[in-house]
Design a protein around this ligand. Structure first.
Ligand code: 5GP
Length: 187
């Protein structure tokens, strides 16, 4: 159930990335991707739910023909702010990616465990190429080294919400990325 009394903006202690900065960077990434994939069979695969706003904005800035597909995964065995690396696929790809140039669109890479699992899974589906685009990168906590081809912003080791990212399923609809006040976690 949605807690209707939560004041989303008041719960934010610090804004890390303003809406304008996010939009400008997404447009830059899209221009780079449009140039790099020109003449190729581009399929964007996004991972729900956190990547939804990023995917929606990124694809509309890309100027070459593309297909999209969506997966949904959940990590389990972790906590509200820590991933465990154990990944369950809740929604699989709808179409074959055999022979496609796949670009995996992620919200954030933290330990890298989720991405590592997804890349191994997608590689098994025989794409012509497989690369990664993430809005946010938190390299401080990386446990598996993974080459990331497109990075929106590198951020410090803080738990962030907004622009798709949640805490307890809330805050995804904020248009900026911020850090919650410490009281929010303890309440
Ligand atoms: P990893 O497996 O790389 O540790 O974590 C990837 C997933 O953990 C992300 O897709 C996201 O769902 C979640 N995650 C990691 N860091 C953050 C964060 O700072 N904020 C939020 N809201 N989710 C995060």
């Amino acid at each position: 159930m949605v807690r209707a009394d939560v004041d989303l903006v008041a719960d934010i202690g610090e804004v890390l990335l303003e809406e304008d900065a996010i939009q400008a960077r997404v447009a830059e990434l899209a221009a780079q991707i449009s140039a790099d994939y020109s003449g190729r069979q581009l399929t964007l695969v996004s991972v729900l739910k956190g990547s939804l706003p990023f995917m929606a904005d990124l694809m509309r800035h890309i100027t070459i023909p593309l297909r999209i597909d969506l997966m949904e995964v959940s990590s389990y065995g972790g906590t509200a702010t820590e991933s465990s690396g154990l990944v369950r696929i809740l929604k699989d790809l709808s179409s074959s990616i055999d022979g496609s140039d796949v670009l995996l669109v992620e919200d954030i890479i933290d330990t890298g465990l989720t991405l590592n699992y997804l890349l191994r899974y997608l590689r098994g589906k025989n794409p012509a190429s497989l690369r990664v685009c993430t809005l946010l990168d938190k390299p401080a906590r990386r446990l598996v080294e993974i080459p990331v081809d497109y990075i929106g912003f590198t951020i410090p080791d803080q738990f962030v919400v907004g622009y798709g990212l949640d805490y307890g399923e809330l805050y995804r609809n904020l248009r900026f990325v911020g850090v919650l006040r410490p009281e929010v976690y303890s309440s």
